[in-house]
Structure formats: structure tokens, C-alpha cells
Ligand binder design. Structure first.
Ligand code: FAD
Length: 360
């Protein structure tokens, strides 16, 4: 954590009981457990969608070890978790990283995101998993200056690329589907589509690879097996990417727009700077409340470490349950926090927005 600053130091932040950092499966379930105990939550994730690793790394692969669900995909699990937290209507801030967490003089925490969202929370629940997913950047000197104008690490609106010479770097479904979309006849068609990967093998779905091969054969997509090695500019604009092939030949690929779609890699990021006790880049917690070395900041899911830790979704759900009780003790000081069953508690039925079943 950063040094304490007086409350209301600048713009008035939004007050809340809890801020959940990370909208992966454990962060989402954390919202549910906080909600059951009557706490409001804001959830923040650097990805533009909820689901963490389940959606980013294995959206369509099966998971077999979620209790009472024989099998579901990563995406299906996240859809179920999102439906489950609906009654608690959390405020969700996607596509932005939590940059700072600092304690105010009144003991609460001020949280700031890369998009300028400011929150004032009684508790912070870190569910940041393996870290904040950031695009893998192309390492070419001087290239960063064109980010946002000619260089993009995501897929812009297709219409914005109509009539342009577009160079796409990557071998994933996203990269190949982007190439197919830009080469397809229609108003958004690019003037030229070049796909580059270091070898002529792709990790995209076989059907997508076949479709790209057909357009390559028809001359509608050019493919080059090479790696970026330099750049050329003209009138302060990126004019071409210099690339080197496996045999050491260097070529120049003229372009208007460069799309680097080589995937995302997790970075522990700013969490490392918040002054919390870490062990091998993971947050040390107790196993009664899953609280970090800083009272009021809890850590659940893949980001924490303790004796016997297993990085499983099921274990993260248990941690989130106990962390919610820990948070409740701070949000409602002096108030006894009772364990209630969702089956029988009228208070929980009201919180969940469900009518109690009629008495038999
Ligand atoms: C291929 C694969 C298969 C798996 N299969 C299974 C399985 O079958 N069963 C099982 O139990 N587990 C499985 N796992 C593990 C499981 O996915 C993880 O245990 C689980 O995703 C952890 O959830 P989490 O919410 O703690 O973290 P994550 O899913 O990593 O989510 C953390 C989120 O926090 C965000 N974040 C991080 N830092 C910040 C920040 N500063 N600001 C904003 N956002 C931030 C990240 O962008 C991310 O979205 C598998 C993992 C992989 C890679």
C-alpha cells in the first residue's frame, strides 16, 4: 500500500463496502458471498470481459471438478457465476487496471484505476489470480510511439481499417479471424491483408486455419513466416515493418495499420507495490479470514499462498466465503455475524430476491 492520505484529498470517490480486484471466477463468487452478508461491492478487471483465466485461457474447454456440475466450459461457468451475482447488482469496471490502493486517515482504502475510477472502500478483496492480463508487446525500438494511431494490440472496428494495408501479427483464432474479416468482400474490406507469424503453423481452430489457407491460395491474404526486426517511418508515420525470415533475409512490409494479436500474458503488476507481504510473488494470508498482512485487505484465489494451497476454483470459492465473514466484521463492527442457510433464511431470500417456498 501507498502512504496514507487524508480522505477527500481530491475528487470525491464513490463509497462502497468492498472493492473486488479481479473478475475471475473467484472474484465473482466473492461478490456473491459479500452480498449474502449484506455488503455492496465494486468489481474491477483489466480485461474487457469477466471470467479471468476461464475465459481468457480456456473458454471452450471442459471443467469437470466444480461441485455438482458434471461438466461445463470455462465460459459456461462464468455465465453461471454472473447470473448468480445478479441479485447483488455489483458495479463492474472492466478494461481497467487497479493502479493504487492506499489507506486513508479514517482507515478506509482509496482505490484508483487506470481509467480514473476512484473508490473509497472499507475492505479490499484481491482476487487478481495470476495477475493482470496485458498484451504481449512487439519489441521493436521506436514502435511504441505509434500505439493507438497505427499500432493496435486488439481488434479495432473493422470499418476503421477499410481500404488500408493491414499487417496482422499472430497465430491465434483472434489473429486469423481478424485476417478473414478484413479480407472478406464488403464495405469494411482492407486494401491488403498480410498475416505474419514466425512459422507457417497456427494454434487457431482447424476450420479457421483452412479458411485462411483458401484465401491465401486465392491471393486475398498474404502470409509471411518472419519476425519483426525494425521499422521504417515517413513523415512521422509508420511506413513499413522490417521483418526477418528464418533464412536471415530481411524484407520491408509497407503498411498503414499494424495489428499485434499475439495474446495476453499475466503480470503481477501494481499489486507488488502495495507493501503487502509476498512469498514467491503471492500474497501471504491467514486461513481463518484470508486476510493479507494489511488488516482490511483480503486475498483469495490463485493470488494467495498458505500452507497446503491448491490453485483450484473450488478452493478459491471456500476462501471467498471465509474472507466475506472477515470483511463483514470490519464493515459491521460490533454486529454479530451469523451463519445463515440460503435454504431457510428469510433474510437471505430477500437479499436473493426469491420468494420462500410455500410451507408444506
Ligand atoms: C488451461 C487451464 C485449465 C484449468 N482447468 C481447471 C480446472 O479444470 N479446475 C479448476 O479448479 N481450475 C482450473 N484451472 C485453474 C483456474 O482457472 C484458476 O484456479 C482460477 O481461474 C483462479 O481464479 P481467480 O479468480 O483467482 O483468478 P483469475 O482467473 O486469474 O482471474 C484474475 C483476474 O484478475 C484480473 N487482475 C489482476 N490484477 C489486476 C489489477 N491490478 N487490476 C484489475 N484486474 C486485475 C485479471 O485480469 C484476471 O481477469 C485451469 C487453469 C488453466 C490455465
Amino acid at each position: 500500500m501507498n502512504a496514507a492520505v487524508p480522505a477527500n484529498a481530491s475528487a470525491a470517490p464513490t463509497e462502497t463496502d468492498a472493492v473486488v480486484i479481479g473478475a475471475g471466477p473467484v472474484g465473482l463468487f466473492q461478490v456473491f458471498e459479500l452480498g449474502l452478508l449484506g455488503m455492496r461491492a465494486h468489481v474491477i478487471d483489466s480485461l474487457p470481459f469477466a471470467g479471468g483465466q476461464c475465459v481468457e485461457l480456456y473458454a471452450d474447454k471442459p471443467i469437470y471438478d466444480i461441485p455438482a456440475i458434471k461438466v461445463c466450459t470455462g465460459r459456461e461457468l462464468v455465465a453461471r457465476l454472473l447470473a448468480q451475482i445478479e441479485p447483488f447488482a455489483p458495479s463492474v469496471h472492466l478494461g481497467q487496471q487497479v493502479d493504487t490502493v492506499r489507506r486513508e486517515t479514517d482507515g478506509r482504502f482509496r482505490i484508483e484505476t487506470s481509467a480514473g475510477v476512484q473508490l473509497l472502500a472499507t475492505t479490499v478483496m484481491i482476487a487478481s489470480g495470476v495477475g493482470s492480463f496485458q498484451p504481449r508487446r512487439l519489441k521493436v525500438d521506436g514502435l511504441a510511439a505509434f500505439e493507438g494511431s497505427q499500432l493496435f494490440y486488439g481488434v479495432p472496428e473493422a470499418a476503421a481499417l477499410a481500404g488500408r494495408r493491414v499487417l496482422i501479427v499472430g497465430d491465434s483464432d483472434t489473429a486469423l479471424e481478424c485476417a478473414l474479416g478484413l479480407a472478406a468482400p464488403g464495405p469494411a474490406r482492407a486494401a491488403k491483408v498480410t498475416l505474419m507469424h514466425r512459422r507457417d503453423e497456427f494454434k487457431a481452430a482447424p476450420r479457421t486455419i483452412d479458411a485462411v489457407r483458401r484465401l491465401r491460395a486465392a491471393g486475398q491474404i498474404e502470409f509471411i513466416a518472419a519476425q519483426a526486426s525494425g521499422l521504417e517511418t515517413a513523415q512521422s508515420r509508420l511506413a513499413a515493418l522490417q521483418v526477418t525470415t528464418a533464412d536471415g533475409t530481411t524484407r520491408s512490409l509497407p503498411l498503414d495499420t499494424l495489428l499485434v494479436l499475439t495474446g495476453l500474458s499475466p503480470k503481477l503488476g501494481p499489486i507488488a507495490d502495495w507493501g503487502l507481504a509476498l512469498e514467491r510473488k503471492q500474497l501471504v494470508v491467514d486461513t481463518a479470514k484470508f486476510e493479507t498482512s494489511e488488516p482490511g485487505i483480503f486475498a483469495v484465489g490463485d493470488v494467495n499462498t498458505y500452507a497446503g494451497k491448491k490453485k483450484l476454483i473450488l478452493c478459491g470459492f471456500h476462501e471467498a466465503t471465509l474472507a466475506a465473514f472477515g470483511a463483514a466484521a470490519r464493515v459491521f463492527p460490533g454486529k454479530p455475524i451469523h451463519l445463515e442457510y440460503t435454504t431457510t433464511s428469510p433474510r437471505l431470500h430477500r437479499a436473493l430476491g426469491v420468494a420462500p417456498p410455500a410451507e408444506q
